[in-house]
Design a protein around this ligand. Sequence first.
Ligand code: NAD
Ligand code: MG
Length: 390
Amino acid sequence: MTRRVSIFGATGSIGQSTIDLIGRDPGAYEVVALTGASNIDRLAADARRLNAEVAVTCHADRLADLRAALAGTGIEAAAGEQALIEAADRPADWIMSAIVGAAGLAPGVHALRHGTTLALANKESLVTAGPLLMAEARAHGATILPVDSEHSGVFQALAGERIEDVERIVITASGGAFRDWPLDQLAQATPEQAATHPNWDMGQRITVDSASMFNKALELIETKEFFGIAPDRIEAVVHPESLIHALVGFRDGALMAHLGAPDMRHAIGYALHWPARGDIPVARLDLAQIARLTFRPADEVRWPALRLAREVMRTGGLAGAVFNAAKERALDAFLARRIGFPAMAEVVEEVLTRMSSEAGLASDRLNLDTVRQMDHLARVRADDVIRERQ
Ligand code: NAD
Ligand code: MG
């Protein structure tokens, strides 16, 4: 039987790896929706090749271009935020959520309301609205499968275990582009330098977030929200080789590690075939050749984002939405060369401080509207802080 699948963020790094896996066994899948942003040619080419029902760009003003690129194919073209939601409302058995940023939340929530299986690469959904996402999944009998490599590793180490027996979860971090840079040179780091990752080939934004450890900060929060584990049981450790993705420690002292080549097709493929396992074309590790694996502490002075994540987990409520939105704006400003690399964490910290005195940050009134409002407010505050610094 063919499975109906949709891919949100199909033109990105995760989306393309997902298409790679699906394209290897085209008879097994019926592609419902593919979505993208400004890369209309890529979106249209994949929609044609996979014979999708509908292709959607989030940019309303690109509808004509998308229509033209799909002319004569019978594939529907749609554009804009509402069109993304409508695509998420189309019945599908499996949906990849791989839009980058807070924009991934609403389509994911809509998909869950139809009881689908949501493969979640968009960690920002869990950071901004974890309790909402998990509650929607429970209420509608939907399944969320983690696609972040660390969380997929934890999920696999937990198969057959009880969460009550977990003493701690350790997620690893490569340390990103500036792992070995002297601290006093970070202010001179350029976006191009930050967007070079030692081990993983990923989208530009997450690669810069790896250098600043904002990616790991988001992942600490993601771990808390997805696995429902107390923040003081979640650790990050720097592991430059990126071969162990995560470890789960149990009450009897056992530590189960998940190892694999740094290739996102593993985590994507695991979610695609779950609860079975499929043949995934990733490199196999030669342990004798690797010879050794190394670890070092995740230094909160070098990477203040990790300290901020702890604060956000303590506050809970809408703090994650503020953290993520402020981070997105600070990242935009760094990429536009308006602020330096270390200033990203300073901006986010200042926004958290200013907004913690405003009402409602710790509120548990979490729904798509309150999250959207808080996200908007945090972006305005972040822009204020960035402007004041210039
Ligand atoms: P990417 O930048 O390569 O792709 C992002 C996708 O989202 C593209 O299809 C783009 O068209 C679309 N998009 C961008 N802005 C949008 C908007 N406002 N509305 C709708 N669509 C929009 O990013 P990526 O590296 O593939 O990451 C996607 C998600 O997966 C992120 O949440 C990231 O944190 C997560 N993730 C990525 C990796 C990786 O290896 N790349 C690993 C773990 C988790
Ligand atoms: Mg990750």
